[in-house]
Each structure stands twice: as structure tokens, then as C-alpha cells.
Design a protein around this ligand. Structure first.
Ligand code: GCO
Length: 475
């Protein structure tokens, strides 16, 4: 089959997040975030790693952007740390914190790189968590909207691509169900309530963006793992549909249509899990429709029927060893199984490029909206040779297959604005420390956080350079 070309203005990008790269956790008036706090609780992260220094992007952003420019990168997705703008989450703007992002954006623009700004990538101000329980209170809506407004005013006309919330489904489920992210709660009822407020906050910010007639586009980044049925047993097919309803449509339907999906809502009601809502909520949710769907893609989920006395939550694999993820699911509905048809990474993540194409088609046909791939990449161990090179052919293979899948999705009729690999430089993996590397640029930061922080280009850096130059022809 003859594939379509990538669009001429396709954004060949790469991504990062403030807490994972910046460091400088107490500099220039920055306040404390829930993550600054959480990583200090013994046993929460791999070998107690923190983002205090991370890869020191705060001081080395010029060097990092110079590498992007040399590579020919078209777009760089980064996030703003809320606590640099408002140290306590609200009140008076901290000008020196804001200045860092003004300088960063200016440097990107000077280098011909389109900034893609993520407003929230999980680093909630600790002050708001303490004052009113963060996402568990409706007060968050006003504070989050004010914070976004400052960014809109500051970067109007400079930043044209905005991501509202990054992976709401992940930070909510890890924070309130699995307990592996702050605030480390394990309570489904509270989870759905916090999630409802996040939906409202998200809609409020998108609504404001449109009211202000901001030039550009805004959308959330959803961590989408399309659900497969384990086989053609109708009970397993139903399980996969239920998983799609409760784990995917449950978020994306609200973003796009302002309404929870039918089957999921009934399930929540019947199980006493439905969030409290106000009559005016629907109107707000409906007035915050995104311009695109940001899709973070790593893997798919294979689902089978789960009996009432079956598995519930599984343990998260943070050890870095293969085969340590346990089955997990919802009793009476579905459970996750290993997919026998795909390979796995060293962190037990399934490698499934076709799943990316399937997910993109589902989004495009259900919501009729353009997609920006805001994350996709391979977390692996890398070896720095004596010559200062890194031969990461496994990463090249991974990215090549996924770009191919995007090309196929485009040829299927999906509108795609761009592709941001995760990540640009190596960075802190929230729970896996610095050994799990995703970047094109290797950073000498070891497990004990005693690296030189020196940057080295991996083989994938040069490979992506050619991909960009040829607009996806040379894979
Ligand atoms: C990790 C994760 C992250 C996420 C990203 C989500 O290893 O910690 O893969 O890097 O992909 O932060 O938006």
C-alpha cells in the first residue's frame, strides 16, 4: 500500500516535564510541590532518588536547546512548574520564576523550535494540598485557572500549542487509588471526586483560552492504552469494552462532550462511587472543548473477564525487573492479562506499535478531532562507551516502528499535528530513578545522583535528525 506523506508542517518534536529535568528545586523563589515532599518519604522512589538536581536543565537549558537546534527539532514540549509562578499556588506572581520560562521560550523561538507548553505535569503546589486537599476541593478550579491565565497573558502570540493537564488518568489513579504518587491515598470514592474537579479545572482553563481568543490550540494529554480482548470469548470481548469505557472513554468523552459515558456512569452510581456534582457542572464541562487530543502512548491493555472474587489492584512494578507486574483489574468486570503476541521492555512494558495506530483511529473516529502525539518512547538502560557514544539501536527500532504506525494512521484518515518523543534528554523517571533512560541525549547522572551531568548524543539523536530532515521519508 502506498502511504500518504507526512504533512509539510508536521511537528517533529520531543518532550520533557519540569520536575523530571529542571532541578533547582529551591531556586529563585520556587515553592515546594507535592513531589518535592513525596520523594523525601523513605521507600517511595527507586533508591530514594529525587528531582532536586534532576538533569539541571534549569541552568543548562541553553546547552540543551542548542542540541535541539543542531538536530533540527521542530517542537519541544516542556512543562511549567506551578510553584515557580506562584510559590504557594496562588497570590502574588513570582517574577523570577516566570522569567525562567520567558527565557526558555525566547531561546526556543530564536532557535526555530515551536514551544509546546504543558500547564500541569503533576507538580501541584504543596500549599494547596495542605490548605484544601488539592484536587479534592473545588477551590482548585479557581487557583488553576488563575495560574493558567498568567501563562496565557505572558506567552500570548509566542506559544501556539498548549497542553492543559498531563495524564489526568495517571496522576489521579496513582495518587488516589494505587497510592504510588502523592498524595498516596487509596480510596476509589475520593479518586472519582478528585477526578471530577480535575475535569472541571481542565474545562475552565480551556474555556478561558477560547474566551481570550488566544492564537493557537489547546488540549489535554491523555495516557491512552487501547484495550484489547484476550480472545473472542464474548465475555472477554465485553470485558475489553468495559475497560475501554471505564479507563478511556471515561476521560476523553468528558473532555470532548462534557458528559461521562453511559455505562461507566451507571457503574459508578451502582457502586456508590459517583462524584458529587453541581447542576452547573455540565455547562462548564461542555464549554471547555479542546482543539486537539493529546495522546501519550506507551502500550495497550489486554483484557479478560474477571470473576467477582477475582483480582483487584495489582502492585506497580518499580523494581526494574522483568515479569514482576501482577495481574490487576476490577472484580466482576475485567482483569489485565499479558499479551502473548508482543515483546516487552526491561520494565515489562509491552511494545505494540500497531496499538498506536488502533488508538489514533479510535480517537479520530469517536471524537473527530486532530491528534497531537504528546509522548511516545522507550525507557531502557543505555551504555556510555569509552568513546562517549551510545549505541541505542533498540530505541531507533522502537521509534521507527511507531512513526511507521503514525504514517499508517495518517493514511487511514487521521489528522495528526505532530509527534513528540519521550524524552529529549534523559531525565528522572518518577519512580524508577535515573537508570531508566528515554532520551536522544544521554545525561551522565547515575543512580547515586553523582554524575557529571555532561550531555552525549546517542545514535538515536542522529537517526531522528535524518527523520526530521526527510520529513519522515527516511526511517
Ligand atoms: C517514567 C514515565 C514518565 C512519563 C511521563 C508521563 O518513567 O517516569 O514514563 O516519564 O512517561 O512523565 O507524562
Amino acid at each position: 500500500r502506498q502511504l500518504d506523506n507526512f504533512p509539510k508542517d508536521f511537528l517533529w518534536g520531543s518532550a520533557s516535564a519540569a520536575y523530571q529535568v529542571e532541578g533547582a528545586w529551591q531556586e529563585d523563589g520556587k515553592g515546594v510541590s507535592v513531589w518535592d515532599d513525596f520523594v523525601r518519604i523513605p521507600g517511595k522512589t527507586f533508591k530514594e532518588t529525587t528531582g532536586d538536581v534532576a538533569v539541571d536543565h534549569y541552568h543548562r537549558y541553553k546547552e540543551d536547546i542548542a542540541l535541539m537546534k543542531e538536530q533540527g527539532l521542530k517542537a519541544y514540549r516542556f512543562s511549567v512548574a506551578w510553584t515557580r509562578i506562584f510559590s504557594e499556588g496562588k497570590g502574588k506572581v513570582n517574577q523570577s520564576g516566570l522569567q525562567f520560562y520567558i527565557d526558555l521560550v525566547d531561546e526556543l523561538i530564536r532557535s526555530g523550535i515551536e514551544p509546546v507548553l504543558t500547564i500541569y505535569h503533576w507538580d501541584l503546589p504543596k500549599a494547596l494540598q495542605e490548605e484544601y486537599g488539592g484536587w479534592e476541593s473545588r477551590k482548585i478550579i479557581e487557583d488553576f485557572t488563575r495560574y493558567a491565565e498568567v501563562l496565557f497573558e505572558t506567552f500570548r502570540g509566542k506559544v501556539h500549542y498548549w497542553v492543559s493537564l498531563n495524564e489526568q488518568n495517571i496522576f489521579i489513579q496513582h495518587g488516589y487509588l494505587l497510592g504510588t504518587h502523592p498524595p498516596a491515598v487509596q480510596d476509589m470514592k475520593r479518586m472519582y471526586q478528585a477526578n471530577h474537579h480535575a475535569n472541571l479545572a481542565n474545562a475552565s482553563v480551556i474555556k478561558l483560552f477560547h474566551e481570550l481568543q488566544m492564537p493557537g490550540k489547546i488540549g489535554p494529554s491523555f495516557a491512552y492504552g487501547p484495550n484489547y480482548s484476550f480472545n473472542c470469548d464474548p465475555n472477554n470481548v465485553l470485558a475489553a469494552e468495559d475497560a475501554e469505557e471505564l479507563e478511556a472513554n471515561f476521560w476523553m468523552d468528558v473532555y470532548v462532550n462534557g458528559e461521562y459515558p453511559l455505562v461507566a456512569w451507571k457503574y459508578l452510581k451502582d457502586n456508590g462511587l459517583a462524584p458529587e456534582t453541581l447542576p452547573e457542572d455540565t455547562q462548564l464541562l461542555k464549554s471547555g472543548k479542546p482543539d486537539f487530543m493529546g495522546m501519550n502512548y506507551y502500550q495497550t491493555n489486554t483484557m479478560a473477564f474477571n470473576p467477582l472474587d477475582g483480582v483487584s489492584l495489582g502492585k506497580q512494578n518499580t523494581t526494574g525487573e522483568k515479569g514482576t507486574s501482577e495481574e490487576s483489574g476490577r472484580p466482576g468486570i475485567y482483569k489485565r492479562k499479558e499479551n502473548p503476541f508482543v515483546e516487552r521492555t526491561n520494565w515489562d512494558w509491552e511494545i505494540d506499535p500497531t496499538g498506536l495506530r488502533i488508538g489514533m483511529r479510535r480517537i479520530a473516529s469517536r471524537y473527530r478531532m486532530p491528534i497531537l502525539i504528546t509522548e511516545n518512547g522507550l525507557g531502557e538502560y543505555d551504555t556510555l562507551t569509552d568513546k562517549g557514544t551510545i549505541h541505542d539501536d533498540y530505541r531507533i527500532d522502537y521509534l521507527r516502528q511507531h512513526i511507521q504506525a503514525i504514517n499508517e494512521a495518517i493514511s487511514d484518515g487521521v489528522t495528526v499535528l505532530g509527534y513528540c518523543t519521550w524524552s529529549y534528554t534523559d531525565l528522572l523517571s518518577w519512580l524508577n530513578g535515573y537508570q531508566k533512560r528515554y532520551g536522544f541525549v544521554y545525561v551522565d547522572q547515575d543512580e547515586t545522583q553523582n554524575g557529571t551531568l555532561k550531555r552525549y548524543k546517542k545514535d538515536s539523536y542522529y537517526w531522528y535528525q535524518d527523520v526530521i530532515k526527510s520529513n519522515g521519508e527516511k526511517l
